[in-house]
Design a binder for this molecule. Structure first.
Ligand code: ATP
Ligand code: MG
Length: 410
C-alpha cells in the first residue's frame, strides 16, 4: 500500500507526515541500515518524538513493527495505564495500530520528557577515557584515564526508592509493570528516574493468559536484575555465570543493606515476596528520600519566589518603556506638565536618573528595586518628584503613580 510517507523533514528516512493526529515525527534513536538494533522482547521498536495537532505539544510514540492486533480487547490495559499518574512512571496517553509505516505497527503514545537518557546510556554504556593533565618536572603531561563507572551508593538508593514506589503504585492497582530494565528506565532530570514503556507488554502478550501474582513477582526479579546491573556496571551481572562474582563486587563496593535488597529482589522467594516487604526493608531510605525531596521543593519554591518578583518588575519596566519618550505626544494635554503622563516621566527620572552633588549619575540598584517594588505594591508612602529644570515639584504617593500608569493602558 502506498501511503503518505514523506522524506521532506528527515531526508533518508521514510516517515509518515501525519499519523492519527500526530505530525512532525523525529526518531529519538538512530535508525536505518547499519545501525545495530536491539529488540523489545521479540519485537523491533522505534521511538519517535511527534507533535500532537490538537494541543501542539510534543509526545513520544513507540512503534512496534510488524504487530498484528488480533482482538480490540488487547487495548483494555492501556485504559488502565492511561489513567495512572505517578512521578516514577512515564504517563501513557493512548495506543493504536497503523499502516502508515507501510506495515502493521502498534503505536503507544507517552508523555515526552526532553533530554532524557536511559539508565543504560547514562551509566552502563562504555565511556571513552578522558585526558588528565599533570605537571612533572615543570612540563605538562596528558594521561589517559578511564572514567569511573561506579555509581554512588546514595544514587543507587535513590533509584531503588523511586522504582519501589512506582512498582508499589502499579501493584496496588492490580497491574504489573512487566518491563523493568536499564534500557527502559529513563533518567529525566538530576537523579530523577521514570519507568518508560508501560502498557506495551500487556498489549503484545494479550493472547497469553498469565497470573497477575506471578507477573508481579517477575517485576521484583527484573528490579533485582536492574540493581545488579547498576551496581556491577554489567547488564548480565545477575545471570548464573556472573552471579557469585557480582555478589562479591556488590559486597566490596556497597553496604550490606544494598546487597540484602539486591538478593531479596532476585531470589525466587516464596509467594509472599512482595513490594510491601521490600518497602519495609528500605523504610529508612524512603524517609531519607522524602526528606531530600521536601528540601528540594523548598529550595525551588524559594528560587521561584525571587523569579516571580523579577517577572513583576520586568512587566513594570516594559510598561515604562511603552509610556516614556514619546515626543510625538508632546502637545497632548495628558502629556503636558499637569497631566498624569508627566508624573510618570518625573517618576522615571526619580528612579533612574538621580544625580549626586557632583552631578554624576547615581547607579544604585537597590534604590531602583525598592522604588519599583513600592510602585508595584502601590503603597501610601509619598515622594517628592522634581522636574529637571527644578521649576516644578510634585508630592505624590506610590499609589497615585500606580494609578497613573494603569490609566495609561486603558
Ligand atoms: N518518554 C520519553 N521522553 C523522552 N525521551 C524518551 C522517552 N522514551 C524514550 N526516550 C528516548 O528515546 C531513546 C530510545 O529509547 P529506547 O527505549 O528505544 O531505548 P533503546 O536504548 O533504543 O532500547 P531498545 O533497544 O529497547 O530500543 C532513548 O534515548 C530515550 O531516552
Ligand atoms: Mg530503541
Amino acid at each position: 500500500m502506498l501511503s503518505n510517507l514523506s522524506t521532506t523533514n528527515n531526508p533518508g528516512l521514510k516517515l509518515p507526515e501525519e499519523l492519527q493526529g500526530y505530525h512532525t515525527l523525529v526518531p529519538l534513536e538512530p535508525s536505518g541500515t547499519g545501525v545495530e538494533r536491539r529488540k523489545f522482547g521479540n519485537w523491533y521498536s522505534t521511538v519517535y518524538r511527534a507533535i500532537r495537532s490538537s494541543d501542539g505539544l510534543p509526545y513520544v510514540l513507540r512503534r512496534i513493527e510488524n504487530f498484528r492486533l488480533t482482538r480490540q480487547s488487547a487495548f483494555a490495559p492501556i485504559e488502565v495505564w492511561s489513567s495512572l499518574r505517578h512521578p516514577g512512571i512515564i504517563s501513557v496517553r493512548e495506543a493504536f495500530t497503523t499502516r502508515s509505516f507501510d506495515d502493521n505497527s502498534l503505536v503507544v503514545v507517552y508523555a515526552y520528557h526532553p533530554n532524557s537518557q536511559t539508565l543504560f546510556d547514562a551509566h552502563l554504556k562504555p565511556k571513552p577515557p578522558t585526558y588528565q593533565s599533570r605537571y612533572q618536572h615543570g612540563r605538562q603531561q596528558l594521561l589517559l584515564q578511564a572514567q569511573s563507572t561506579v555509581i554512588a551508593e546514595r544514587t543507587i538508593w535513590s533509584y531503588i526508592v523511586q522504582i519501589a514506589c512506582a512498582v508499589k503504585k502499579v501493584h496496588d492497582l492490580g497491574q504489573a509493570v512487566r518491563m523493568i530494565d536499564v534500557s527502559k528506565v529513563l533518567l529525566t532530570g538530576q537523579n530523577r528516574i521514570r519507568i518508560s514503556s508501560c502498557g506495551i507488554v500487556d498489549v503484545l502478550m494479550h493472547d497469553t493468559v498469565q497470573d497477575m501474582l506471578t507477573l508481579q513477582q517477575e517485576d521484583l526479579t527484573m528490579f533485582g536484575r536492574l540493581v545488579f546491573a547498576l551496581c556491577c556496571n554489567n547488564v548480565s551481572a545477575a545471570t548464573s555465570a556472573h552471579f557469585q562474582k557480582s555478589l562479591e563486587l556488590i559486597g566490596r563496593l556497597y553496604s550490606a543493606d544494598v546487597k540484602n535488597v539486591a538478593l531479596f529482589l532476585i531470589s525466587k522467594g516464596g509467594p509472599h515476596r512482595n513490594v510491601d516487604q521490600l518497602l519495609d526493608m528500605i523504610r529508612g531510605k524512603v524517609m531519607q528520600e522524602q526528606e531530600e525531596a521536601l528540601n528540594a521543593t523548598d529550595r525551588l519554591e524559594h528560587e521561584l519566589q525571587s523569579e516571580l518578583e523579577n517577572a513583576r518588575l520586568v512587566r513594570l519596566l516594559c510598561k515604562f518603556g511603552f509610556i516614556n519618550e514619546r515626543p510625538e505626544f508632546a502637545r497632548e494635554p495628558r502629556w503636558a506638565e499637569t497631566g498624569d503622563r508627566y508624573i510618570i516621566k518625573l517618576f522615571r527620572d526619580y528612579v533612574f536618573h538621580q544625580m549626586d552633588e557632583q552631578g554624576n549619575p547615581v547607579l544604585n540598584m537597590s534604590h531602583v528595586l525598592t522604588c519599583l517594588n513600592k510602585l508595584d505594591a502601590g503603597t501610601d508612602e509619598r515622594i517628592m518628584l522634581v522636574a529637571r529644570d527644578e521649576q516644578n515639584c510634585l508630592v505624590v504617593s506610590y499609589k497615585e503613580i500606580k494609578a497613573c500608569i494603569d490609566g495609561a493602558f486603558t
